[in-house]
Ligand binder design. Structure first.
Ligand code: ADP
Ligand code: ZN
Length: 658
């Protein structure tokens, strides 16, 4: 069992070495030069050794100036001379002792030397060998090193320029090109997102059909969701299902290099994708380049990013809707994207790739446990239950971590204990990132959201519930209730609808008070919104007796350094408004609490389901309420019965601690 592993390791290492040199031509060259110099040195050194052996009677070697040697020649002390293009070596015999004079940096244009040697009858020889060789090397080496550095830099730059100076035709390593065999079955727990991207597969498979019909193929699609939820995986699955090439690049890699490289890399990316159309381009972390120009922050802006973004916009506008290249981009911060990116013909479609619910997690765990050996005692359902709030990548990690743990104890199969240990480790890691919700928090959120949901279903003028979830979503929200308005395109709201909205908002806090017995900070945002609605009703819409038809807008004067609020109504009126708001909120709150108490067990049932599977569909909410009413022989107060519509409104439980 151990041997094949080791072999593998060695192979990997070999490959690593190869890659290492391929990736570092400069380093390879430097090493090569050093070896060369060392060889050369030892060769020359040996030469010197032989020389001194032959002239074993030389007692001394003196390094002198050329003029000194010439002087010695003129004085007749020199017996023999060795000339190289840059050195002169002269053997002198002074009072029976042989001395060797060596002069470096000889002026080779000294035409008088040879006649002088002839005249003095001194034996001389020219040595081309080592001197000449070393001359060449010492001249060439700096040039070669310079050349190597140049190639190195040029290659680095050409990664963005496609081809580039010398690396012509070399594949760009930062643009990843592959033909993935990922399938939709590999992506689980994001069914809605999968449904949305499925039609793209058809476009890519049979582009002619759509082009002939004159249909416009969508160009860009933005996958939005927290990290690790499978956005990349989903994009790959689209390519895999359509069996088209998949070009991927990370937004952050565009802007770390030299100025101008980002833009040319974008050009390159699109050129490659168009050449191999139908194909998919995937840009991960698009927020790195697509950050709103307004929210740039730094003074002087970021030219590189802007250039890259402009190039991206130009490329997306550049190819027609008859080119079957689809650009998928991923982000977990859609709110900071530049509006230009989201315009029609660019990323005008957004797909939510959310964290999985219990069923989704179970499915993901199953996908990832296919490749590992699970013991019979393993119950993935328990693992699914204990991993609320985790994304697909976390779950994949848990399986892998469990396999590593089992391996460490030399087990043949992964046991439940390994999985539970791996879950714990995952949460310890996440706790540092503040992503874990405690059981207490979960319970609070479950009742809070159930309170919203009940009020939404019982109040005329409120929007019906589509889905209630306690899966934490991204930053700031611990849970949410999705509402759909009953009618399409509402521009006007009637008074009773505004009041209904307030009741629904208060439902969250009321539920916390009744069922938890204590109020959390989670309702802060709801109360804020409820207060704002009431204020507007009084001061903007003239919907109260306090101000009648008078519009009482307060204007904030930011010109005078903020904080200055000028009111165009009296202190007395302000007091009246405040007390009216307070009174109305109290009345509504009492009514809401009453209602929740009346439907006590229905709320408990909803919250229990939420705590179990984290999500309830709107239909199930209505079913619970209906059953409850029937059991208690109450007249039905359900306010909605029409089919759901498209637009989505959300009430979120704010996470004020985080
Ligand atoms: P993202 O791009 O949203 O950050 P990735 O697609 O890179 O997430 O997910 C990383 C890895 O986690 C995937 O390669 C896969 O192994 C696993 N994974 C994440 N989400 C899912 C999912 N919904 N279904 C199956 N595996 C998933
Ligand atoms: Zn709320």
């Amino acid at each position: 069992m151990a041997n094949p592993n080791q072999n593998n390791k060695n192979q990997n290492q070999n490959q690593n070495n190869k890659n290492f040199f391929n990736n570092n031509p400069l380093l390879a060259f430097a090493l090569f030069s050093i070896v060369l110099i060392m060889l050369f040195k030892s060769f020359v050194g040996e030469g010197e050794g032989i020389g001194s052996m032959l002239q074993s009677n030389v007692s001394q070697t003196k390094h002198v100036k050329y003029s000194q040697i010439k002087e010695q020649i003129e004085q007749g002390n020199i017996k023999s001379v060795k000339l190289t293009p840059s050195t002169v070596e002269a053997i002198a015999e002074i009072s029976g002792q042989k001395i060797r004079y060596v002069a470096q940096n000889v002026p080779t244009y000294d035409k008088d030397l040879i006649p002088l040697l002839e005249e003095k009858k001194i034996t001389y020889e020219g040595v081309m060998g080592s001197g000449w060789f070393s001359e060449i090397i010492s001249m060439l080496l700096p040039i070669l090193i310079f050349f190597a550095i140049w190639i190195f830099l040029a290659n680095k730059m050409s990664k963005g320029m496609g081809g580039g100076i010398l690396g012509a035709g070399k594949a760009d390593k930062l643009i990843n090109s592959e033909k993935p065999d990922t399938k939709f079955d590999d992506v689980q727990g994001v069914e809605e997102a999968k449904d949305e991207v499925k039609e793209i597969v058809d476009f890519l498979k049979y582009p002619e059909r759509y082009i002939e019909l004159g249909a416009k193929i969508p160009k860009g699609l933005l996958l939005v969701g927290p990290p690790g939820t499978g956005k990349t995986l989903l994009a790959k699955a689209v390519a895999g299902e359509a069996s088209v090439p998949f070009f991927s690049v990370s937004g952050s890699s565009f802007i770390e290099m030299f100025v101008g490289v980002g833009a040319s890399r974008v050009r390159d990316l699109f050129a490659q994708a168009k050449k191999e159309a139908p194909s998919i381009i995937f840009i991960d972390e698009i927020d790195a380049i697509g950050k709103s120009r307004a929210s740039g922050g730094q003074m002087g802006g970021n030219d590189e990013r802007e250039q890259t973004l402009n190039q991206l916009l130009a490329e997306m506008d550049g190819f027609g809707t008859d080119t079957p290249v689809i650009v998928l981009a991923a982000t977990n911060r859609p709110e900071i994207l530049d509006a230009a990116l989201l315009r029609a013909g660019r990323f005008d479609r957004q797909v939510l790739v959310d964290k999985p619910d219990y069923e989704g997690r179970l499915a993901i765990l199953k996908v990832h446990s296919k490749g590992v050996k699970l013991a019979k005692n393993v119950d993935l359902e328990i693992v699914g239950k204990q991993t609320a709030g985790l994304a697909g990548a976390d779950l994949a990690n848990i399986i892998n971590e469990a396999a590593l743990l089992a391996g460490r104890f030399n087990k043949k199969e992964i046991e439940q204990a390994d999985l539970l240990e791996a879950i714990e480790r995952a949460f310890v890691g996440l706790e540092k990132k503040n992503r874990k919700i405690s059981d207490v928090e979960k319970k609070i959120v479950a009742y809070h959201e159930s309170g919203h949901a009940l009020m939404a279903e019982l109040t005329k003028g409120a929007t019906r519930v589509t889905k209630v979830s306690i899966i934490p979503r991204g930053l700031g929200a611990l849970g949410y209730t999705l509402h759909l308005p009953d009618e399409e395109d509402r521009f006007l709201k009637q008074k009773h609808e505004l009041l209904a909205e307030i009741d629904v908002l208060l439902g969250g806090r009321a539920a916390e008070e009744i069922f938890i017995g204590e109020i959390s900070t989670g309702a802060g945002n709801d109360l804020d919104r409820a207060t704002a609605i009431l204020k507007d009703m009084i001061s903007v819409y003239g919907m109260s007796d306090v101000a009648g038809l008078m519009v009482l807008k307060r204007s904030q004067n930011s010109f005078l350094g903020g904080g200055m609020i000028s009111t165009d109504y009296s202190e007395k009126m302000a007091e009246q408004i405040d007390s009216h708001i307070k009174q109305t909120l109290n009345e509504r709150y009492a009514y809401v609490k009453n209602t929740l108490n009346e439907y006590h067990d229905a709320i408990v049932e909803m919250a229990t389901i939420l705590l179990d599977v984290e999500v309830i569909e709107g239909a199930k909410v209505r079913e619970i309420i209906e059953t409850f009413e029937k059991e208690h022989h109450m007249p039905s107060r359900l306010a909605h019965s029409k089919a759901p519509k498209q637009e989505e409104v959300q009430t979120q439980t704010a996470n004020n601690q985080g």
